[in-house]
Design a protein around this ligand. Structure first.
Ligand SMILES: [Zn+2]
Ligand SMILES: [Zn+2]
Length: 333
């Protein structure tokens, strides 16, 4: 089956609520016809507001580390809970649900994921999803918001500290995001984004520990800033480390790699060679729950009737792809 045939073939069989899928239903498939414009890259314009905010956040997170030994055990547990809610708001929410539409979620689950997404404070769902579709469609070009060809620092955090490359804006505006516009939860979160971030990312994590007599400062710096900085860096490692280090068992011609350390820190998002090869697969990996708490969460939500229509690449397509384009490191089959 040729590449074009693979992308255009959307039929699938249904098994245990998991449908075999062969292609994306959203505008996230790699566009191999796109070529970058010739000529020098336009000069980088620093965004000082973001540089100062990120510096202060990381200083605050470092101070938070010094408070960990004196924190109440329940505060530490609460920090882990906040980490999980915000991580799922990114992985199960804006990534696998809204960017890739790899499964369907009921209204209560979408509201929970949107709240988690505001707790993660990584741009609103609409903008994150649009940027992420550009990342898949134009990977490692000037139209990729965090082009890994520009180095570790740029793809990790640098891209947030400078103005977007004009090609990111130009191509982003042409992407089909009609499904995001039609989702009331996405547009509500976008309209009330600032308030939702203040409440979910800062106020709620900081004040809940007051219930067991924790000092407000510890709540602010540990489940607040330290947890926020850890979630940010775990997400960024998917764009930096998982585009640089690891095997490429599914497609050796692309940058993204299988990176187990990133999978561990980013709730299952480190199987990145698989994910860029099959962006429509709800599990982002062929190995189910292994190092993949997000897949376990989505499966649980399906069991509870809150999610449905998980898309999974078929075994035949997977094996054929491994044979055709993999780097021979695959253990599948
Ligand atoms: Zn990527
Ligand atoms: Zn993705």
């Amino acid at each position: 089956m040729t590449e074009t045939e693979t992308r255009n073939h959307r039929a699938g069989t249904q098994q245990n609520g998991v449908a075999a899928a062969e292609a994306s239903t959203v505008d996230d498939a790699f566009d191999d016809t796109y070529t970058e414009k010739e000529g020098p890259r336009p000069p980088m314009r620093l965004v000082w507001r973001n540089i100062i905010a990120m510096s202060l956040l990381h200083l605050g997170a470092l101070y938070g580390i010094t408070l960990v030994p004196s924190a109440h055990a329940l505060t530490l547990l609460w920090s882990v809970v906040c980490y999980l809610i915000s991580a799922l708001g990114v992985t199960a929410g804006v990534h696998r649900l809204w960017s890739h539409r790899s499964y369907k979620a009921s209204l209560p689950l979408r509201i929970f994921l949107a709240l988690g997404n505001s707790m993660a404070f990584e741009n609103d769902i609409y903008e994150w999803s649009r940027d992420h579709r550009s990342h898949h469609k134009y990977s490692e070009t000037n139209a990729d918001p965090h082009n890994a060809k520009r180095g570790f620092f740029f793809s990790h955090v640098g891209w947030l500290l400078v103005r977007k490359h004009p090609d990111v804006i130009e191509k982003g505006q042409k992407l089909d995001v009609s499904d995001l516009r039609a989702d009331a939860v996405v547009m509500f979160q976008r309209r009330h984004y600032k308030l939702s971030v203040v409440l979910m990312c800062f106020v709620v994590p900081s004040v809940v520990p007051l219930l067991w007599g924790e000092a407000l400062a510890v709540g602010y710096f540990v489940p607040g800033l330290l947890r926020y900085a850890v979630v940010l860096n775990a997400t960024w490692l998917v764009n930096s480390a998982a585009h640089m280090w690891g095997y490429r068992p599914y497609d050796k011609s692309i940058y993204p790699r299988e990176n187990m350390l990133v999978a561990l820190g980013a709730a299952g998002e480190g199987f990145h060679n698989y994910h860029h090869t099959f962006p429509f697969d709800y599990s982002t990996s062929e190995y189910g729950w292994r190092l993949n708490i997000t897949t376990a969460f989505i499966d649980l939500m399906c069991l509870l009737g809150l999610a449905s229509d998980r898309k999974k690449v078929s075994k035949e397509t997977l094996l054929a792809r491994v044979q055709r384009t993999g780097d021979s490191s695959a253990r599948s089959g």
